[in-house]
Design a protein around this ligand. Structure first.
Ligand SMILES: NCc1[nH]cc(CCC(=O)O)c1CC(=O)O
Length: 300
């Protein structure tokens, strides 16, 4: 049994996720401490993340703590983890996925279809922007940043008729009652890694790897590996107008991806594949092939 320190952001969701991993490790006899920290991504709230360097801003400080030996592992929403990790860092564990779907939240409207012509919907995600435009070209999409509580408060202040958030975060924070409509992936395809937790470590840490092995979920890992391979092959930034979602149907990994051009509403390239996938190398290959088909269809 070992003693570990988990580096975590201090948003309510990040702390929930770190506490969750802490509890699972403690159940297995390990001793665990948390090291909370504020990242640049948490501080920059006035600008769109796609303009200031992407979501990597949420993980950098945690990596410095790993580098300096102040922490042994970092728990991340996989959706926020860059496709290429810095030299020496790797994902040691991907946990079973929560609900990967997006959710519509509103105080006045039952679902997206019930919104009046020209209603204001909040999101700063380019993916959600292009997918919303495909569903409802008339909507006004306005930026919405901040952690989950901040976004809900801005909705409650009346700045938006509705907002789109990940179901997983709302469920984890006990806010599922705020969900009016859950989007099926066919209408609103999730982001690569959405709903899954990834644990990052630095160097060859056999002790950490052994402790994390029982928390790992192989089929989730294969799905998110395929999704992240699409994203990596499309340029790797988490702030692209890209959706990628995989699930298993028997031994077939079903991967769907979509790319839209925010400058040219109405253009959305969609690709689907179904392949037998048994290991990470095969999952990566499937993702790369789907990315190549997206590009052949005009994406990127
Ligand atoms: N980009 C922010 C972010 N990163 C992870 C989640 C929560 C859901 C998840 O674990 O994917 C959210 C909130 C959201 O997109 O609404």
């Amino acid at each position: 049994m070992s003693q570990f320190t988990i580096a975590t952001r201090e948003s309510r969701l990040a702390l929930w996720q770190a506490e969750h991993v802490k509890a699972l490790l403690e159940q297995r006899g390990h001793r665990v401490a948390l090291l909370g920290m504020t990242t640049q991504g948490d501080q920059i709230l006035d600008r769109s993340l796609s303009k200031v360097g992407g979501k990597g801003l949420f993980v950098k400080e945690l990596e410095v703590a790993l580098e300096e030996g102040r922490a042994d592992l970092a728990v991340h929403s996989l959706k926020d983890v860059p496709m290429e990790l810095p030299e020496g860092f790797h994902l040691a564990c991907v946990m079973e996925r929560e609900d990967p779907r997006d959710a519509f939240v509103s105080n006045r409207y039952e679902n997206l279809a019930a919104l009046p012509q020209g209603a204001v919907v909040g999101t700063s995600s380019l993916r959600r922007l292009v997918l919303l435009r495909a569903l409802r070209p008339d909507l006004r999409i306005e930026p919405l940043r901040g952690n989950l509580d901040t976004r809900l408060r801005k909705l409650d202040d009346g700045q938006y008729d509705g907002i789109v958030l990940a179901s997983a975060g709302l469920k984890r924070l006990g806010l599922a009652s705020r969900i009016r409509q859950v989007f099926e992936p066919a209408e609103m395809l999730p982001a690569a890694g959405q709903g899954a937790l990834g644990i990052e470590v630095r160097g060859a840490r056999a002790d950490v790897a052994a402790a994390l092995a029982p928390l790992s979920h192989q089929s989730t890992w294969l799905c998110v590996a395929a999704e992240r391979a699409v994203s990596r092959a499309m340029g790797g930034s988490c702030s692209m107008p890209l959706a990628a979602h995989a699930h298993f149907d028997g031994e077939y990994l079903q991967l769907s991806a979509a790319w839209g051009d925010p400058e040219r509403p109405g253009t959305l390239v969609r690709v689907r594949s179904a392949e037998v996938v048994a290991d990470l190398a095969e999952a990566n290959a499937v993702g790369e092939h789907v990315a190549a088909r997206l590009r052949a269809g005009g994406a990127g």
